[in-house]
Design a protein around this ligand. Structure first.
Ligand code: CAA
Length: 381
């Protein structure tokens, strides 16, 4: 594995960095405070290729690979974690449809996601009673003629009120993983009801809703992959999604470290900048070291995925370590800022709230440990 970035990776990182710093960062506080989701921003992201970084150009993607995607996510998350999660879920849906969809589905739906026509994508797997254990889902899809009819409800759906394209999971063959299928659903479909916007601790600029399907009819051809393969599709998508969240965690942690270094140079106590005190310098040394370890784990998972090699274990390791690292980093950043870390005049209180969900969504830390143990036992069998 080469640790130097390629020209393409550098270009994507720099494009994402410029946009994140100039267009996104100045609005991040307002997005958070006003719980604002700005659809037009995602159209701009799409025009830069950032809504399909690892999607072939033929379907409107940047065709720049998974390491580029990870770099772009880190840049976006350092500016605004809320924006980065909508970007992550859109990329995840586009990749899933690209990998398992028919040619007609790719042409119709992947291009809508990469072009911004769909605004964003949503990944509707979790349900009120089925989060870590998606095979316990209750939503059903019944075939009636040339339609599938869906009934049930989903919970915690990122961008659910705005997504033009969603991937939705439902039971087609009874309870259990073999009975689950995946479907492509268009936003605005009759029978798709959008629930209340969740009032969250962090990621407040990200839209999170429940969805209800009441006799929602979708065309038969919107089955994604084979009937009964839905659980596997979800697991494969989540493996990739976890690289996205690991990247997000690295981005937020980097922002927290940069803010801490800056503040500790400016703020004086006992006659000198607080950054001269060894106690604080050691905190920032730990933050910098752990951040780099998390970035390397994340790039390794991204590289393996890009090379078409198994990466389930490495994606879970990256997600586990990076999300726990970022929570340690934001906690220290608030501590370094003292009282100013606790008010919204400085961004670290937002980083603190935004990081918290990273050890929960796209698989809790406990689920990541289950996956890492399972894959490690397989390897050493
Ligand atoms: N790739 C391919 N196939 C896989 C797989 C993978 N990574 N993981 C499992 N499978 C297959 C298995 O091979 C098995 O196939 P067979 O039945 O043919 O043998 C099948 O799937 C079932 O596997 P398990 O028995 O291991 O499944 P399980 O029910 O024990 O679950 C789990 C394992 C790891 C706990 C899984 O349920 C899981 O990942 N849970 C967490 C779900 C999650 O991350 N939800 C996040 C919601 S989405 C979100 O947060 C997005 C957002 O909006 C931000």
């Amino acid at each position: 594995m080469n640790l130097e970035l390629t020209e393409t990776q550098t270009l994507i990182r720099d494009t994402a960095r410029k946009f994140a710093r100039e267009r996104v960062a100045p609005q991040a506080r307002r997005f958070d405070r006003e719980e604002l989701f700005a659809p037009e921003l995602f159209k701009e992201l799409a025009s830069l290729g950032l809504m399909g970084v690892n999607i072939p150009a033929q379907y409107g993607g940047a065709e720049a690979g998974v390491v580029s995607y990870s770099l772009a996510m880190m840049e976006m998350a350092a500016a605004c974690a809320s924006t980065s999660v909508a970007m992550a879920v859109t990329n995840m849906c586009a990749e899933l449809i690209c990998k398992f969809g028919t040619e007609a589905q790719r042409e119709k739906y992947v291009t809508r996601l990469t072009s911004g026509e769909a605004v964003v994508g949503s990944f509707a797997l979790s349900e009120p009673h089925a989060g870590s254990d998606p095979r316990a889902m209750r939503t059903t899809a019944v075939r009636r003629g040339d339609k599938w009819v869906l009934n049930g409800s989903k919970q915690w759906i990122t961008s659910g009120a705005y997504a033009g394209v969603m991937v939705v999971w439902a039971l087609t063959g009874g309870q259990g993983n073999k009975g689950i299928s995946a479907f492509i659903v268009e936003g605005g479909t009759k029978g798709l009801l959008i629930g209340k916007h969740e009032d969250k601790m962090g990621l407040r600029g990200s839209n999170t809703v429940g969805l209800t399907f009441e006799d929602m009819e979708i065309p038969a051809e919107n089955l994604l992959g084979k009937e009964g393969d839905g659980f596997k599709l979800a697991m494969i998508a989540l493996d990739g999604g976890r690289i996205g969240i690991a990247s997000q965690a690295c981005g937020v942690a980097r922002a927290a470290l940069e803010a801490s270094v800056q503040y500790s140079k400016d703020r004086k106590a006992f006659g000198q900048p607080i950054g001269e005190f060894q106690g604080l310098r050691f905190m920032m040394a730990n933050m910098a070291t752990e951040l780099q370890a998390a970035e390397l784990l994340t790039f390794r998972a991204a590289y393996l995925k890009e090379e078409g090699k198994p990466f389930t274990r490495e994606a879970s390791m990256a997600k586990l370590y990076a999300s726990e690292m970022s929570n340690r980093a934001v906690d220290k950043a608030v501590q370094i800022h003292g009282g100013y870390g606790y008010i919204d005049e400085f961004p670290v209180e937002r980083y603190f709230r935004d990081a918290r969900v990273q050890t929960i969504y796209e698989g809790t830390s406990e689920v990541q440990r289950l996956v890492i143990a399972r894959e490690t036992f397989k390897l050493l069998d």
